[in-house]
Design a binder for this molecule. Structure first.
Ligand code: ZN
Ligand code: ZN
Length: 61
């Protein structure tokens, strides 16, 4: 489970926001990428943070 989000353009990393005490993950919700709670989209979603004008991506292990 990725705990960091990374900018695909400049490589900057930020901690993945948490929900219910665990890092959220990127998942398609209604056709667009959102941060989703590990408990599911019904529990919580958030916008994927932007960096350098593009949505950030989950950093590898
Ligand atoms: Zn939650
Ligand atoms: Zn950037």
């Amino acid at each position: 489970m990725a705990a960091k989000l990374k900018c695909a353009k400049c490589g900057a990393e930020v901690d993945t926001p948490k929900h219910c005490k665990r890092p959220m993950h990127v998942e398609k919700v209604a056709g667009s990428d959102k941060l989703v709670c590990w408990m599911g989209a019904d529990c919580g979603t958030a916008e994927v943070p932007m960096h350098c004008g593009a949505p950030m991506v989950e950093a590898g292990e």
